[in-house]
Ligand binder design. Structure first.
Ligand SMILES: [Zn+2]
Length: 79
């Protein structure tokens, strides 16, 4: 998709999941909501350096957070 509003359409760039943030993500937050997901299911949020703490705190408070790894590590383990 070519969107004129976006500065780059580089598909290898993954963006932070924080609201309004367009920084490149370097962290993967793996989480699971036991009310919605089976225990081995992992949802992921991406985070830049700046938002890693904020997002992991949000998930941690709810007891959803399972793992925080660098994007590099995550991709290495997923493939
Ligand atoms: Zn961010």
């Amino acid at each position: 998709m070519n969107s004129p509003d976006l500065p780059s359409s580089d598909e290898s760039t993954v963006i932070c999941s924080a609201k309004g943030c367009r920084a490149a993500a370097v962290w993967v937050l793996a989480w699971n909501n036991p009310k919605l997901h089976t225990p081995d299911r992992r949802k992921t949020w991406l985070a830049c350096d700046e938002h890693r703490e904020h997002l992991s705190q949000f998930l941690g408070l709810r007891g959803f957070l399972k793992d925080v790894v660098t994007l590099e590590e995550w991709e290495a383990s997923a493939r």
